[in-house]
Design a protein around this ligand. Structure first.
Ligand SMILES: NC(=O)c1ccc[n+]([C@@H]2O[C@H](COP(=O)([O-])OP(=O)(O)OC[C@H]3O[C@@H](n4cnc5c(N)ncnc54)[C@H](OP(=O)(O)O)[C@@H]3O)[C@@H](O)[C@H]2O)c1
Length: 257
């Protein structure tokens, strides 16, 4: 009997970068579980991936900081070993850190740092050997952005979380790496100003164009994640990689000398 397809899990897979990663992994042959909060969007997406790629894709509702909801994810996994896990779900706040309310900061820490930690801890017994974990961080976690204070702090913490998990899990044949996208269109839907409920479409217009000459696409990051998930990346462990078209490579010549 033929081996069943390998299982991949993508959190925050219902839109943007996570969604592109889900399509990439399905095209690469993975059977998938995709999570998010929006049940309608999640179910439509799962059905579309299954139809287009022929790889069975299931949606599981998983609010990142609802610790009980992880039981549903474990049930959906059943006895199938996880070959690749990608944690992409995240939120942000457009505010300086000194203006960030404690509740907002706590929520970001739960969603962006504690949830990926809990996810890996809960799923560790279900990993195949070898297996791959990719945490989706941000260029703001490498060089902080004052306008996104708390978000930058959480993504810097996520980078170190990935490296510490890499040390713990590499001896068990589980590779952990971190990918840091730069500005990627259309941008995070939950990177809101305090009291805003929908992100302004105008935000993108103020983004500087990277040295590469264009803004990032979700597929730019998905391509790297596809590679990191594959056996070809077998010696890449604990790396924190930018996908930013050169934006953080250094300070550009501004003509001042
Ligand atoms: N876009 C960029 O410019 C950019 C740049 C650097 C880094 N990143 C990183 O890339 C990742 C994806 O960003 P994106 O632009 O693709 O964002 P996005 O389009 O807003 O997608 C965010 C995803 O995360 C899920 N999510 C958000 N909050 C959640 C929560 N509390 N619980 C569970 N799921 C939650 C959303 O699910 P629902 O909608 O179903 O709730 C959605 O699937 C994030 O880690 C982000 O920090 C993005």
């Amino acid at each position: 009997m033929a081996n069943p397809p390998p299982l991949g899990i993508v959190t925050g897979g219902t839109s943007g970068i996570g969604r592109a990663i889900a399509y990439r992994l399905a095209e690469d042959g993975y059977q998938l579980i995709v999570t998010g909060r929006d049940v309608d969007r999640g179910q439509v997406l799962a059905s579309d991936i299954t139809t287009r790629t022929g790889r069975l894709t299931q949606f599981v509702a998983l609010p990142s900081d609802d610790w009980k909801a992880y039981d549903d994810l474990i049930s959906a996994i059943g006895s199938k070993p996880i070959v690749t896990l990608v944690a992409a779900a995240a939120e942000g706040i457009q505010a300086h850190i000194s203006d960030t309310a404690r509740d907002d900061f706590e929520r970001l820490l739960r969603v962006n740092v504690l949830a990926p930690h809990y996810l890996v801890q809960r799923l560790a017994p279900h990993f195949s050997r070898p297996a791959s974990v990719t945490l989706i961080s941000s260029d703001a976690g490498i060089e902080g952005e004052q306008a996104l204070g708390a978000y930058s702090v959480t993504k810097a913490a996520l980078n170190m979380l990935g490296r510490m998990l890499a040390l713990d899990l590499a001896p068990q044949d589980i590779r952990v790496n971190v990918v840091c996208p730069g500005d990627t269109v259309p941008g995070m839907r939950y990177l809101l100003r305090p009291n805003e409920t929908k992100r302004s479409d105008m935000d993108m217009l103020s983004w500087p164009i990277p040295p590469r000459g264009r803004l990032g696409s979700a597929e730019d990051t998905a391509d790297l994640v596809g590679f990191l998930s594959s056996p070809k990346a077998g010696f890449i462990v604990g790396s924190v990689m930018l996908v930013d078209g050169g934006s953080r490579a250094g300070r550009r010549d501004d003509g001042i000398g």
